[in-house]
Design a protein around this ligand. Structure first.
Ligand code: PAP
Length: 335
């Protein structure tokens, strides 16, 4: 499945997001990858709904990204808590570098502090800036686990670790639908919820099917618990447990001294919806032709269970049924 098949309004969202590319000279290695992309794109296996940009980003990672054992990759299916998790992991691993009263998260959106791996390599048409980052590198991705090169995924001792977050698909759909309508060109009518539901429940969503995305990371986390950590957005209600779990997974657990100084609670407060959404940098509406998303677009309600205000009982039953069937026997559930 590639985006040319994605005759939906979700495709518009993506073309808006990734529409801008710098025109740069390509070296020989990159020219080869681009040629390979042009040949491969029409023949790719139909397992995930990726845009051309997603596929190109994934191929560039395959050919040019040099993973390091210390790399930390925040992985999400869109609208599952990317902003929250980026902020949490950034503040956990940098907790000794910044004062909580004068923190980078009060001046920059989490997406400006954590490089979006595939978009960055594609936008730069080079890994130079990613290669130049100091270790441990904190990167972010929407790509499914199975689309990373085997050297990054197959073995617990191999390069990099993934911290994944997923969310009840009913809330994901509602969040995606609001986001798609925000970014939709004014000349088009709003995307009806029924249409968004139909597409999503049939697996047609960015980086979807949603359920397969979750399963890829979940199964890897069961097989290689030291390599992949799976979290749920619903943990937003119990964030301190989540913060401790991430720190332990990353090999930087909180010391008794840090616990006494309430560092976990500082991080929870700093990364909360209330705190981040009220920072000036995240309040302004800065959408433009060149930058089609503003920071404020990533903050709506930040609640668990907002789907009850939007989905019909029938829609919610259908999504629950799909979820039950997809996750049966896997040990995973959203409850
Ligand atoms: P992305 O995958 O496109 O980058 P992502 O950050 O996952 O987006 O999704 C935004 C959702 O996370 C929004 O959910 P909602 O539409 O249901 O409200 C947004 O409100 C929520 N969100 C953003 N920041 C936080 C936060 N700090 N804590 C909890 N939820 C948050």
């Amino acid at each position: 499945m590639i985006s040319s098949n994605l005759a939906s309004s979700f495709a518009l969202e993506n073309s808006k997001i990734f529409g801008i590319q710098k025109k740069l000279e390509l070296n020989e290695g990159y020219q080869k990858t681009y040629k390979k992309m042009d040949e491969l794109l029409p023949t790719l296996p139909r397992s995930f709904w990726l845009s051309n940009h997603g596929i190109r980003g994934s191929m560039l990672i395959d050919d040019h990204f040099n993973p390091r054992p210390t790399d930390i990759i925040v992985a999400t299916s869109p609208k599952c808590g990317t902003t929250w998790l980026r902020a949490l992991v950034f503040s956990i691993i940098n907790r000794n570098s910044f004062d909580f009263n004068n923190h980078p998260l009060s001046k920059a959106n989490p997406r400006d502090l954590v490089h979006f791996l595939e978009a960055h390599i594609l936008g730069d048409r080079s890994t130079v800036s990613i290669d130049g980052l100091l270790s441990p590198r904190l990167l972010s991705t929407h790509l499914p686990y199975s689309l990373f090169p085997k050297c990054m995924t197959d073995d617990a001792s191999s390069a990099c670790r993934f911290v994944y977050i997923c969310r009840d698909p009913k809330d994901v759909l509602v969040s995606k639908w609001h986001f798609a309508n925000k970014l939709r060109p004014k000349e088009l009518p709003p995307l009806p919820l029924e249409e968004a539901f139909e597409l999503f429940s049939n697996g047609v969503s960015h980086y979807g099917p949603f359920w397969d995305h979750v399963l890829g990371y979940w199964k890897a986390s069961v097989e290689w618990p030291k390599k992949v950590l799976c979290l749920k957005y619903e943990d937003v209600k119990e964030p301190s447990g989540c913060v401790r779990k991430v720190a332990e997974f990353l090999g930087v657990p909180f010391s008794p001294e840090e616990e006494k100084k309430w560092i976990v609670e500082e991080i929870v407060k700093l990364c909360s919806f209330e705190s981040l959404s009220n920072q000036d940098v995240n309040k302004s509406d800065t959408r433009s032709r060149e930058n089609p998303m503003s920071n404020s677009d990533f903050f709506r309600k930040g609640e668990v269970g907002d789907w009850v205000n939007h989905l019909s009982p029938q829609m919610s039953q259908i999504l629950d049924k799909i979820t039950e069937q997809k996750f049966q026997g896997t040990g995973f559930s959203f409850h």
